[in-house]
Design a protein around this ligand. Structure first.
Ligand SMILES: Cc1cc2nc3c(=O)[nH]c(=O)nc-3n(C[C@H](O)[C@H](O)[C@H](O)COP(=O)(O)O)c2cc1C
Length: 351
């Protein structure tokens, strides 16, 4: 099986290409054959919207896309890497994507198959800035490309604050995340299951047969470390489940279980971390910490219930961003949830 890596950076061996190399290494570790194509070193003319592909059934511009076209349907998994340039993908990467308009025509107008089956795809991106929403336009573009190429967008590795060419090598867990993502991609392409619940409808979990019962609404658009105690959120329970929340108003506190949908896919492969991101605290198994980097990024918080209005519960203190899917809500019952003879490791008391 072939895992195809497409590198969109014109800067050779820099951040996004290094991540791609690591992810491909992870795929090789699972026995996959890999191939990396460096888009900036290929001659790829932009799409001219000549519409000739409609009649010809293929692109009539002949350049290095002739080498790439057959590899797209052949690949059992795809990894697309691009830095953020003016909030989008690079011009080189975009030229390749636009030239896949022929696949779009084929799929949506001519109703011809692009590949024999859907394949998993991973997006890797780096950015110089660390600003909210920096990756969103690139994600939208790559999702659209993947959908056209019959590739299932299963996850992303996004690294902001990476301006220097070698910055990614100083990141404490980037290599581990990318290796894990590459190996997981192979297991997915072999039909392995992994609960996925991210932004796209297509990725709602079927394997585990769970579904969100609602969504968190608040003003927090990006993950943050501190300051959640005062955040007021609405738990908007799906209207068809409204009867299920009747009676919760008799409790002062609720346990809210969420799916932390923005945890990067690769971070789910981490097994040990330095708690609180502090190197002086020894590595700890992730299940011995409350980190969001865990195989199933499930969030759990005890929150104060302010008010119930029908299917909407107003709560304070939930550490979840706007749009987070809710998996479950339970009343907090001290008798069950608050033992008195509690023992804690010393590091938890670090400020
Ligand atoms: C033309 C250009 C435009 C860029 N635009 C952005 C941008 O809009 N936002 C950002 O965060 N970084 C921007 N950057 C910085 C790159 O995203 C960052 O350096 C990235 O890590 C480069 O990836 P590479 O090391 O794989 O080449 C830009 C860099 C260049 C050269």
């Amino acid at each position: 099986m072939l895992v195809l890596g497409l590198s969109g950076s014109p800067r050779r061996g820099a951040n996004s290409e290094t991540l791609l190399d690591w992810a491909l290494e992870g795929a090789q570790g699972e026995g996959a054959q890999t191939e990396k194509l460096v888009i900036s070193e290929m001659a790829i003319a932009p799409c001219r919207d000549c519409d000739e592909c409609q009649a010809a059934g293929e692109c009539t511009i002949h350049d290095d896309m002739d080498l790439i076209y057959p590899k797209i349907p052949e690949a059992a998994a795809l990894i697309f890497a691009s830095p953020v340039y003016f909030r989008g993908v690079t011009a080189q990467a975009k030229a390749l994507i636009d030239r896949c308009n022929y696949l779009w025509i084929r799929k949506y107008l001519l109703h011809q198959p692009v590949a024999s089956q859907k394949r998993p795809g991973l997006f890797i991106a780096t950015a110089g800035q660390d600003r909210p929403g920096e990756f969103e336009p690139s994600i939208a573009t790559v999702r659209s490309f993947f959908a056209t190429a019959d590739v299932d967008y299963v996850g992303e590795l996004l690294f902001p604050g990476m301006d220097e060419a070698g910055s990614i090598r100083n990141h404490p867990s980037a290599r581990e995340q990318a290796l894990a993502a590459g190996s997981r991609l192979v297991s997915l392409s072999r039909g392995g299951s992994w609960p996925r619940l991210t932004r796209g409808k297509e990725e709602a979990p079927t394997v585990t047969d769970w579904r969100p019962i609602g969504v968190v609404r608040n003003n927090i658009k990006e993950p943050m470390v501190y300051g959640w105690e005062t955040v007021v959120s609405e738990l908007v329970v799906n209207p068809e489940l409204a009867p299920a929340v009747e009676g919760v108003e008799d409790y002062s506190h609720l346990v809210v279980v969420t799916w932390m949908h923005r945890v990067p896919w690769g971070a789910r492969g981490l097994l040990r971390i330095h708690p609180k991101d502090r190197q002086e605290i020894p590595l700890m198994g992730v299940f011995a910490t409350r980190t969001q980097h865990r195989p199933n990024p499930i969030g759990m918080a005890v929150v104060r219930l302010l008010e119930r209005k029908g299917n909407i519960l107003q709560v304070v203190g939930l550490d979840a961003i706007d749009g987070t899917p809710i998996l479950d809500i339970k009343p907090h019952v001290p008798y069950y949830d608050s033992p008195t003879d509690v023992k804690l490791p010393r590091w938890t008391k670090h400020p």
